[in-house]
Design a protein around this ligand. Structure first.
Ligand code: SAH
Length: 391
């Protein structure tokens, strides 16, 4: 077999020795032969002593030089390999959910580094985040056909992180037509635009948190800040909320929220505004809500943004608490994997204190179980949601 071997030098501390699927560029022998390999080439990885780290794909341009696909060397990476992984991923989702609407593949958490697939019935959105996965698109499509036979596959390959792997951003259909679909989640029906929408078009990660908040919403007024297409707000309305305001800066997202509300025979009031400005305005106007949700875009996009990002989370918690009625509930969320859960909780606590509000945390949660986390990569558990009952 002509497969190249990447060597981990003797004595090199590599987290992959303990089971991490990542091998960093400073942990391998980056010689001329390695540098000459095309980004995404499938390789064997061995220690200098001959010990097998496994089969992975390699990118000489990336800080994460190898992502492992199998624990043994010379593993065959083809449609059969992907089909086997997809079957396992599918079995977990089928055990969890009645309907075929979920994240089908969550990268490392499903043993497939760099590959994210969201399922909407017979339509899938697929994201490859690495050169290694990009090269496997043919095998991936073939395996998906075998395991779930999708009618439509939308490639949402426009995540900015692809640049780290030297990949261009693009969006196109790999198979089939269409982009607007219905999402069934928690007994509600939502509309999503898979081509124009954010990320893969829909945020399945908040599914369980939506249920929790909706259970508190009966007869209450709700402010769904950073509502996107109304994931939280519409479920709260269905659960009997008295009034729901969806607040977002995106007109297309709000239009979908209003359309989805109608599909569920409820109404939401859509407000297009910047959340920080609108919260200041609501506060000054003396408006208060029984339930306030704040699920912003990532404020800490990279490690260097930690301090300003942390400050923004603190400010958001303060302003959101300002418009939460006495005895009300506030959910603060962060989808930045670059801020640790403890730090996020600390910033939110300070925000509440500055707003002069006391209360208790009644839920600390992350993404749902269709977003499994690799045990050696706890930092990939990016979503944090804290729910407070305020005095
Ligand atoms: N809560 C949503 C997901 C939110 S995603 C759900 O459950 O599906 C983040 C949202 O924040 C996006 O819809 C984006 O349009 C919006 N957004 C980003 N910056 C904003 C700002 N400054 N003011 C208002 N909305 C903003």
């Amino acid at each position: 077999m002509s497969r190249k071997t990447i060597i981990v030098p003797k004595g090199q501390r590599a987290r992959a020795r303990e089971g991490s699927p990542w091998i960093f560029s400073n942990e391998i022998r980056m010689d001329q032969a390695a540098k000459a390999l095309a980004p995404g080439t499938v390789v064997n990885v061995r220690g200098e002593d001959g010990r097998a780290f496994g089969t992975g794909y390699f990118n000489p341009k990336s800080l994460i030089a190898v992502r492992l696909l199998a624990p043994e060397c010379d593993a065959v990476i083809d449609a059969g390999y992907f089909a086997q992984r997809f079957k396992r991923a599918l079995a977990l989702r089928q055990a969890l959910y009645d309907r075929p609407f979920y994240r089908l593949c969550h990268a490392e958490g499903d043993g497939l580094p760099g590959l994210v697939i969201d399922r909407f019935g017979d339509t899938m959105t697929l994201q490859t985040g690495t050169a290694g996965m990009e090269r496997q698109l043919g095998a991936i499509a073939e395996a998906l056909d075998e395991v779930v036979a999708p009618k439509t596959i939308v490639l949402r390959n426009d995540a900015p992180s692809r640049a780290l792997e030297g990949l261009e951003p693009y969006v196109r259909n790999l198979k089939g037509e269409g982009r607007r679909i219905a999402v069934e989640e928690n007994g509600a029906r939502y509309l999503a635009d898979l081509t124009e929408g954010q990320k893969t078009g829909w945020y399945y990660d908040q599914r369980d948190n939506r249920v929790f908040m909706a259970a508190l919403a009966k007869g209450k007024t709700v402010l769904d800040a950073y509502s996107y297409t109304g994931g939280f707000g519409i479920l709260a309305a269905k659960a009997g909320a008295k009034e729901v305001v969806c607040l977002d800066s995106s007109a297309p997202a709000l239009a979908l929220a209003e359309e989805s509300a109608r599909a569920n025979a409820v109404t939401v009031k859509a407000v297009k505004a910047d959340v920080f400005e609108e919260l200041e305005r609501l506060k000054a106007a003396g408006e208060r809500f029984d339930l306030v949700l704040a699920d912003p875009p990532p404020f800490v996009k990279s490690k260097k943004d930690l301090e300003p990002g942390a400050k923004a989370y603190r400010k958001l918690a303060r302003l959101a608490a300002d418009v939460t009625a006495p005895g009300g509930y506030l959910m603060a969320a962060s989808c930045s994997h670059n801020i640790a859960p403890e730090r996020f909780a600390q910033e939110c606590a300070q925000g509440l204190a500055r707003a002069g509000r006391a209360g208790a945390i009644i839920r600390q949660a992350g993404a749902g179980p269709d977003h499994p986390v690799h045990p050696m990569l706890p930092e990939s558990a990016y979503l944090k949601a804290l729910v407070y009952a305020l005095d």
